[in-house]
Design a protein around this ligand. Structure first.
Ligand SMILES: [Zn+2]
Length: 433
């Protein structure tokens, strides 16, 4: 008999955390936080945290692993498992989270405690006893995984999943065998359809070329892990082939550190990227088009001619991107191009919604630069999610989480029509599977 309890991520996007229990064995799937105006944490009690045996981390976004230091501060002794890129990138992101964290505090020592309990496993390797589990490619970011749990019955935890190939990553693995599936629903409504990567890339190139022709600069705010590497690889490839005008691409902020970890873990990227680097000595991470700023105030970038700037933070909540905005926002030749999700309450969201002034370090700035947004989602869209459901062998029951407002319900209706039992859990609810 297997029980699952949703401690977070049900009916919301953030603080993913699901406990699987069978007999004396238990396994926690993800331990995330929900970042917002006030941070929220999973509902798991400290007592339950101390009883955990194993934790599987699907990937290195904070809404999937940001709660770990808090757990080890409270006496957690569980062994953590993930792929190597997830381990390596988590260290970087947890240290950054500690710096920017506006919620409950944790120390560097709490991060170290968690990292010491971390075991790296390969895709497909089966670990654990009682409840056994394995990691399978989920196509979302480097090292990201679905987790397949095998006890009395089988449970597939999709976590954040992308069924489409990107420049860097293989798509999510299909045809896994599980009677139960926990699936995300970020883009789970029938109207949610992403443009193809090719179309989105073409639109990006068109906008950049127009800006360059006017003599302007393009600012692309980006999250350090995942989106930044996707965008840099797109820019590199279209610049190499001559579709994109040749101008320097300045890479700034934590993206530089994340790139180094991506490069060290390139064996987890698509074969084509590995071959380019390992066999033909053509390393896209070291592209001649990429540059780093040399001055603290970024004047070497700001005072030169046309350029593309890819910098953290992705939602303009901090980071060097604000230095560029301060100096470049007032020039109508320039372009601000959003390539990622802009959360409610962030400066990025306000600009997408039409606000045309910002305050940086007490200075009021009118935005005269163009503001555009393109979708480069690392999540499957409605059709993609249904494909993942359809491809899961022997599937009977689907739990739908990780979606805002009506998304879980809308996706649920479609999955129910396909003949599966559908459950839309609430946080705190427990089910026998
Ligand atoms: Zn994610």
């Amino acid at each position: 008999m297997t029980n699952i309890t949703f401690f977070g991520g049900a009916g919301e996007v953030g603080r993913n955390c699901v406990l699987v229990e069978e007999g004396m064995s238990n396994l926690l799937l993800d331990a995330g936080v929900k970042l917002g105006e006030t941070d929220e944490y999973p509902l798991i009690s400290d007592d339950e945290v101390r009883k955990l045996h194993r934790i599987a981390i699907s990937h290195t976004h904070l809404d999937h692993m940001g709660y770990l230091p808090f757990m080890y501060a409270r006496g957690c002794r569980a062994q953590i498992y993930s792929t190597k890129p997830t381990h390596d990138l988590s260290q970087l992101l947890l240290a950054d989270y500690q710096r920017i964290n506006r919620g409950m505090k944790f120390t560097n020592n709490d991060i170290i405690k968690a990292m010491k309990m971390w075991k790296m496993v390969e895709y497909g390797e089966v670990v654990g006893d009682g409840l056994k589990f394995s990691f399978h490619k989920s196509g979302h970011i480097l090292g990201s995984s679905m987790v397949l749990v095998q006890g009395d019955s089988r449970l597939l935890f999709s976590s954040d999943v992308n069924d489409r190939e990107t420049k860097l990553l293989d798509p999510a693995e299909k045809n896994l065998v599980a009677e139960n599936l926990i699936i995300e629903s970020t883009y789970g409504a029938p109207g949610d359809e992403h443009p193809t990567l090719k179309n989105a890339s073409k639109m990006l190139c068109d906008s950049i070329n127009k800006t360059i022709k006017k003599g302007g600069k393009v600012i692309i705010p980006s999250f350090a892990v995942g989106r930044a590497q996707d965008i840099l690889f797109i820019l590199e490839s279209y610049m190499s082939s001559g579709v994109l005008e040749h101008v320097p691409i300045f890479v700034d902020g934590m993206i530089l550190k994340a790139n180094r970890i991506y490069r060290q873990n390139v064996i987890y990227a698509r074969d084509e990227i590995q071959k380019r680097i390992l066999m033909s000595d053509d390393d896209p991470f070291k592209s001649k088009f990429f540059h780093t700023p040399h001055t603290k105030d970024r004047s070497d970038v700001i005072e030169r001619g046309s350029a593309i700037i890819v910098s953290t933070s992705g939602m303009l909540t901090g980071g060097p991107v604000l230095r560029y905005m301060e100096k470049l926002a007032g020039d109508s030749r320039n372009l601000l191009m959003f390539v990622g999700y802009q959360a409610e309450g962030t400066l990025g969201r306000k600009l997408v919604d039409g606000q045309r002034h910002i305050t940086i370090d007490g200075k009021e700035i009118d935005i005269k630069m163009g503001v555009e947004q393109l979708s480069f989602s690392a999540h499957a869209d409605y059709k993609g999610l249904l494909d993942i459901v359809r491809s899961t062998k022997r599937l009977k029951r689907v739990f739908i989480i990780h979606g805002e407002e009506d998304k879980p319900r809308e996706l649920g209706e479609s999955i129910r029509r396909m003949g599966y039992e559908v459950i839309i859990p609430k946080n705190g609810e427990r089910f026998r599977i």
